[in-house]
Design a protein around this ligand. Structure first.
Ligand code: ZN
Length: 398
C-alpha cells in the first residue's frame, strides 16, 4: 500500500483519534513533566538522576521490559503484534551541555519555560513521554514493537555514547530497523543527513617561569594564539559546508608567570568526510607550525604540543529511497506541514553512518537561545508536532 493511503487509514483509526485526544487534553501534564525534569541536572556523564526519574515515568505509563542499560540509557518497550521481529526506536537524549552548578531554577512565565535545556532536550524527553502516554491511554498496539529510549551522551563530550551502545553492544543492536530521534523544538524540521564532526583538545606546555627573570621563555598562550590566528586563514568551502570553532580556551596561572600550559577546544564539522579530514590536517599543521617556530631558538626551554581527540561523529545520510522518508512526506502532507529537510549533528548520526534508517525531528513548540543560559521554550503548537511524531512512529512500526 502506498504511504499516503496508509497514513489516511492510520489517521482514521479510533485508537489514533483517542491518542490525539489525549495529546489535546494533557498539555498541562506535559508542562509539569518538563518543569520537573528541568530541576534534575543531567550534564554529560552525570545523567543518572534524570534517568531514574524517566524510568519511574516509563513504569507508571505501563511500558514493558523497562531497564537502565549498561551505558545508562533508559529503555522501555511497547510490544507490537509481532513481538520478536525488528524494532522501531523513538529516542530523546537525557543530557544537557550545562554543568550542574550553573543551573538556575527553571521559570514558567506566561506559558513560556525559561531554563538551560528547556528545549534541548527536555522538550524532546517530554515528547517521548507524551507519545508513550498517548499510545498507552489509547491502547494502541503497533505492528512491531516500539522501543522508547531516553539515552545518554548526545551532547559534546558525550560523543553519542548512548547511541553507540544501543547500535553496537546492546541486546537490541541488530533489531533496530528505524530510529526517530526527538531533538529540541520545532514541527516541520527533519534531519536526514548527519554532519560529521571531529572535536580536538590542543594543549601546549612549556617550562614556564617568572615573568621578569624568565622573560623571553616561550609562552604557551602566545603560541596557541598564533596557531588560532593561523587557523583563521584556512580557506573553507561553502559547499560542501565545512566549519570550525574554538569553543573554549584556558591556560596560565597569574599575571606575573610565564604560563606552563595553554589549551583550547576545537570543533570541526563538515557534511563531507574528505573536507573534514583536510580541515583537521590543516588545523594540526597550524598548531605544529606555531610550536616549531617557538622552539626554533628556544634552546632547552622547549614547548610541546598534545592534540587529543575528544569527539568523533560519523557522517551519513538517509537514502532517497528510504521507507522512513516516504513516511515523513506522507505524514506531512496529511497534516499540511511543509517538510523542512536538514542536516545536523544528532543521535541519528550513529544509525545513519551504519546505513540504517534514522531521522531526527522536533518535539514541537518554539524555542530560542539553545545552548545558552538564556534558553527558552514555548509549547505553542506542540500538539501538532506530537501528532506528527505519533503517525510517523506508527507507520514506521507497521
Ligand atoms: Zn540536543
Amino acid at each position: 500500500m502506498r504511504a499516503n493511503q496508509r497514513i489516511t487509514e492510520l489517521a482514521g483509526l479510533r485508537g489514533v483519534h483517542a491518542a490525539f485526544q489525549w495529546l489535546h487534553l494533557q498539555e498541562q501534564r506535559l508542562l509539569a513533566w518538563q518543569m520537573e525534569m528541568l530541576r534534575i541536572p543531567a550534564p554529560p556523564y552525570k545523567e543518572e538522576q534524570r534517568a531514574a526519574w524517566v524510568r519511574d515515568r516509563f513504569a507508571e505509563l505501563g511500558l514493558e521490559q523497562i531497564q537502565i542499560d549498561a551505558e545508562g540509557n533508559v529503555l522501555g518497550e511497547l510490544p507490537g503484534k509481532v513481538r520478536n521481529g525488528p524494532i522501531t526506536m523513538l529516542s530523546a537524549h537525557l543530557d544537557t551541555i550545562f554543568p550542574d552548578e550553573m543551573l538556575p531554577e527553571p521559570r514558567l512565565e506566561e506559558g513560556r519555560v525559561y531554563a538551560p535545556g528547556a528545549a534541548d532536550n527536555v522538550a524532546g524527553l517530554t515528547g517521548l513521554l507524551a507519545v508513550a502516554a498517548a499510545m498507552k491511554a489509547a491502547q494502541l498496539i503497533p505492528g512491531h514493537t516500539i522501543l522508547f529510549a531516553a539515552n545518554v551522551g548526545e551532547e559534546a563530550e558525550g560523543n553519542l555514547r548512548g547511541m553507540r551502545h544501543l547500535f553496537f553492544r546492546s541486546e537490541y543492536a541488530g533489531r533496530i530497523r528505524s530510529t526517530i530521534c526527538l531533538e529540541g523544538a520545532g514541527t516541520e524540521n527533519v534531519v536526514v543527513g548527519a554532519i560529521g564532526s571531529r572535536r580536538l583538545q590542543a594543549t601546549v606546555t612549556g617550562p614556564g617561569g617568572h615573568s621578569w627573570t624568565e622573560a623571553g621563555a616561550p609562552n604557551p598562550i602566545v603560541v596557541l594564539s598564533k596557531a588560532i590566528a593561523a587557523m583563521e586563514r584556512i580557506e573553507l568551502p561553502r559547499q560542501p559546508r565545512t566549519t570550525w570553532n574554538i569553543g573554549r580556551i584556558e591556560g596560565g596561572m597569574s599575571v606575573t608567570s610565564v604560563p606552563e600550559r595553554a589549551s583550547c577546544l576545537i570543533d570541526l564539522r563538515s557534511v563531507d568526510i574528505d573536507q573534514l579530514i583536510s580541515l583537521e590536517v590543516q588545523v594540526h599543521r597550524a598548531l605544529e607550525d606555531a610550536v616549531l617556530e617557538a622552539n626554533d631558538d628556544a634552546g632547552d626551554r622547549r614547548l610541546s604540543l598534545q592534540v587529543a581527540t575528544i569527539g568523533d561523529r560519523p557522517a551519513g545520510a538517509l537514502s532517497k529511497e528510504a521507507a522512513l522518508l516516504e513516511t515523513i512526506h506522507a505524514v506531512d502532507r496529511h497534516l499540511r506541514l511543509r517538510t523542512e529537510l536538514r542536516i545536523g549533528s544528532t543521535d541519528a548520526n550513529v544509525p545513519l553512518a551504519l546505513g540504517r534508517e534514522a531521522i531526527a525531528v522536533g518535539a514541537g513548540g518554539i524555542a530560542g537561545g539553545i545552548h545558552t543560559h538564556g534558553e527558552w521554550f514555548d509549547p505553542a503548537g506542540r500538539e501538532l508536532a506530537l501528532r506528527r511524531v505519533l503517525l510517523i512512529l506508527l507507520d514506521a512500526a507497521r
